[in-house]
Design a binder for this molecule. Structure first.
Ligand code: NIG
Ligand code: FE
Length: 440
């Protein structure tokens, strides 16, 4: 018999409902569907009921199945957080770069001198699959403890056919092993590796003619991404790679206008990318074109913070009708953090997004950015039972108490995977959790 999970008496259930068909824009981003004193009922891994405590009680009384009750009093329930942009599979670390940057070195100059992404590439090439899995698991566990239940994961630290495939295979294995769902993106065009420094066009050819077909044939990714930036990949190279990716069924994404204004936002609109990410220097015209084409802006205020740069103009994007999502950009060089809640704080404090907009950006709009909005991103009947119970009396507190972890319980596919802030190793703990609870 399928077990019923009854989460009751939450001080607020933040449903973020009404955005499953298309991402939320403008005023819609502020409509987060708050139910005061709310309950959610789950059957198996799917949401069966969302509503007030009183209605829920009536509904539960009609059920004949066993019910596990979780008392959410004094806490708020939100959809599981979604991170639509990470570079989580890698080896090595780059803490030396902080000292260099504090002394004035620029992030992009470190890369041009053969460091940065290329130093992580050296370490990742040397690493075995097992080592990559071990390292990435630690990062995934931290993500889970911060309330993140789905992430996108990019390749791009291999930069040879075999090493790109290795990274993507690791992500695929981790998707099976870990409660977090990993959605993969092929990003062979993350940097031009040292061996192609003098012949970048040859490297583009390798990406298109050898990497793309193998990635597609092995079904290792759903999206294709390019670091479109001055000194990395040109607009023409980026367009070519993303168009060729499309022919293999890979949906385009772009690292756009991060360091200089380069026309990345315009390119995203032109080729119909699902998202353009970073956008610190995006032009107003580019933003308008993104709005017209419905390209999602995935903003990464943690990267701006860590690189000590001006963040993207989120207010302008929301005003012009671009759907905004948020992400950690988790990577070893420009954003070494798994704390999506801290990124939410930064979105609020450095980009002036409101607490409501921030929640929309980390749930339903993030789900759209990875093409999963029909399954996740909101608390609505028939969606997956991915939730976070935050130890906060209302959702505004999440943005007011900054850089703290208020996550109490994380539910993934209807199972408790984090309890009291700690990872739950076995399913049994779900029963322990509710043993002191009565059904009514
Ligand atoms: O999104 N900008 C390009 N790529 C990553 C950083 C990768 C790295 O520094 O290792 C980013 O910021
Ligand atoms: Fe990135």
């Amino acid at each position: 018999m399928t077990e019923i999970l009854y989460i009751k008496r939450a001080s607020q259930v933040i449903t973020v409902s009404g955005g499953s068909q298309k991402p939320k824009t403008g005023q819609e981003m502020s409509e987060i569907g708050v139910i005061e004193n709310g309950s959610v009922i789950v059957e198996g891994n799917q949401i069966r009921f969302v509503g007030s405590d009183r209605e829920a009680e009536k509904y539960v009384n009609t059920l004949s199945e066993p019910v596990t009750v979780i008392n959410a009093e004094g806490k708020i329930l939100t959809p599981g957080l979604i991170d639509p942009h990470t570079h989580i599979v890698f080896a090595g670390s780059r803490e030396k770069e902080l000292e260099m940057r504090l002394k004035g070195a620029k992030y992009i100059d470190i890369l041009k001198a053969g460091g940065g992404i290329l130093s992580t590439t050296t370490d990742t090439r040397k690493a075995s699959e097992e080592h990559l899995i071990e390292e990435t698991l630690k990062r995934l566990n931290r993500f889970l403890q911060y309330g993140v239940t789905t992430i996108e994961a990019k390749s791009g630290y291999g930069l040879t056919v075999e090493d790109e495939l290795k990274q993507l295979r690791v992500a695929k294995k981790l998707n099976k092993q870990h409660p977090i769902d990993l959605i993969s993106t092929f990003m062979g065009a993350h940097a031009v590796p040292a061996e192609y420094k003098e012949s970048p066009e040859e490297f583009v050819k390798l990406v298109v003619e050898e990497m793309l077909p193998q990635v597609a044939q092995e079904k290792l990714a759903e999206f294709c991404d390019v670091f479109c930036e001055e000194g990395v990949f040109t607009i023409e190279q980026s367009e070519y790679i993303l168009q060729e990716g499309k022919k293999w069924g890979l949906i385009p994404k772009i690292h756009a206008d991060e360091i200089v204004q380069f026309g990345g936002a315009e390119l995203a609109a032109k080729i119909g990318a699902i998202s353009a990410d970073h956008l610190l220097r995006a032009s107003e015209n580019g933003i308008k074109q993104m709005a017209e084409q419905g390209v999602i802006a995935v903003l990464l205020p943690g990267t701006a913070f860590f690189l000590m740069a001006e963040p993207a103009n989120a207010r302008k994007m929301i005003e012009l009708g671009v759907p905004v999502a948020l992400s950690t950009d988790r990577n070893p060089g420009s954003s070494p953090t798994e704390s999506l809640p801290f990124i939410m704080n930064l979105a609020c404090l450095t980009m002036k997004m409101t607490p409501e907009e921030v929640l929309t950006a980390c749930t339903i709009n993030a789900a759209h950015a990875i093409n999963r909005a029909s399954e996740i991103g909101s608390i609505e009947v028939d969606k997956k039972a991915d939730f976070v119970l935050f130890d906060a009396p209302n959702y505004q507190t999440l943005q007011y108490n900054y850089a703290v972890n208020l996550v109490d319980t994380v539910f993934k596919n209807g199972k408790v995977v984090v309890k009291g802030g700690a990872i739950v190793e076995s399913e049994e703990s779900l029963h322990q959790y509710s043993s002191a609870e009565n059904r009514h």
